[in-house]
Design a protein around this ligand. Structure first.
Ligand SMILES: [Cu+2]
Length: 339
């Protein structure tokens, strides 16, 4: 309610300002809060001839089991499965490049390198861990600027997810008698499927605040070589950022995420073995909150260099079947734009 009031106030001041200074009436990215919180992708477009390079480091921390909206114990995981996960950490290095051939179109490409670590416990109490790392999927998108006036802007994203990541990650497990065997779905670094990345972003700005809403979908198109398809992912992101001087802004974000269950299943996995090998234990509904900082260098030779960080944590999570619970996500990023 409070955010809504602030937003209405911003819209009102925007309209008042727009009437005063006609030449200064466009939404602009050249202020610290001109970029969304760093965990949001494809949040802005560029001017003709502009390049931007970005690097992000993300940590996703999951621990403790949960069934639906209730916390569960490792013993609950062992009721139907030989092995239950205790925790999982995923670290991601992500490189991005953006280029605008015109004011209307920005091209964006992203590639990432993933490291997954999972600790597990067998029914007899023995502990072991699994690890994978490698290139993830690559995405290439076009962002189309629908309008930018009176300090409101909107753009659409149409992109493709290219399955460069692996779906054949294997490890030697205590039960596999020295053989490397297929690891469950969350430990793979890719989806194995071509996908569509679609999004619609609205941005607004007034002198002290910026805000945005983004609806996006990651839709997996074809079954992969192992005859399954990861669940589609739909997100609604909402954020508001306050400018705290020329260089710094502080942001709050509220995000709703829907992840569908995995469609089909891999014949290389035994779903009785571990919770993560059974596709009924995939997908869910999340409401996440984030707190972030954006810092931007506005003078000198490094003008245009940005540093940003955000921590987010779920306020609500309803998981299909029994799965590890999301604990927190931490993102750190560098962005550099130039002509
Ligand atoms: Cu950019």
């Amino acid at each position: 309610m409070k955010n809504l009031l602030i937003a209405i106030l911003c819209v009102a001041t925007t309209i008042a300002f727009a009437q005063e200074k006609e030449e200064n009436n466009k939404w602009t990215s050249s202020r610290p809060d001109g970029h969304a919180p760093i965990s949001v992708m494809a949040d802005h477009t560029h001017h003709k001839g502009e390049f931007m390079f970005s690097y992000r480091y993300m940590t996703m921390d999951m621990r403790q089991l949960r069934q639906g909206t209730n916390d569960a114990s490792t013993a609950d995981g062992h009721t139907n499965y030989m092995v239950a996960p205790l925790d999982m950490v995923m670290n991601m290095h992500m490189l991005g490049v953006m280029y605008a051939p015109s004011d209307k179109i920005t091209i964006m490409a992203m590639a990432n390198y993933l490291e997954n670590d999972m600790n597990l416990q067998m029914r007899n109490g023995n502990l072991f861990s699994t690890n994978t790392s490698g290139l993830g999927d690559v995405s290439v998108s076009a962002l189309y600027s629908i309008f930018n006036k009176n300090r409101h802007a909107m753009h659409a994203q149409v992109g493709v997810n290219i399955p460069t990541g692996s779906i054949e990650e294997k490890n030697i497990l205590p039960v596999s008698m020295g053989n490397a065997v297929q690891l469950p779905y969350p430990m793979q670094t890719g989806t194995g499927s071509f996908g569509a990345n679609l999004g619609l972003t609205y941005l607004g700005q007034c002198d002290k605040f910026s805000w945005g809403h983004q609806l996006s979908g990651m839709i997996n198109i074809n079954d992969n070589d192992q005859d399954y398809k990861f669940g589609n992912r739909y997100k609604l992101n909402n954020w508001i950022a306050a400018k705290a001087g020329e260089n710094l802004s502080v942001s709050l974000r509220l995000e709703g995420v829907l992840v569908d269950e995995i469609d089909g299943s891999s014949e290389l996995l035994n779903p009785m073995m571990v919770t993560t090998a059974d596709t009924v234990n995939s997908g869910g509904t999340f409401i996440n909150s984030g707190f972030g900082l954006n810092y931007m260098i506005v003078n000198g030779s490094l003008k245009g260099l940005r540093f940003a960080t955000e921590i987010s944590t779920p306020l609500y999570q309803d998981l299909n079947g029994i799965q590890l619970k999301q604990n927190y996500n931490l993102t750190f990023g560098l962005q550099y734009a130039f002509h």
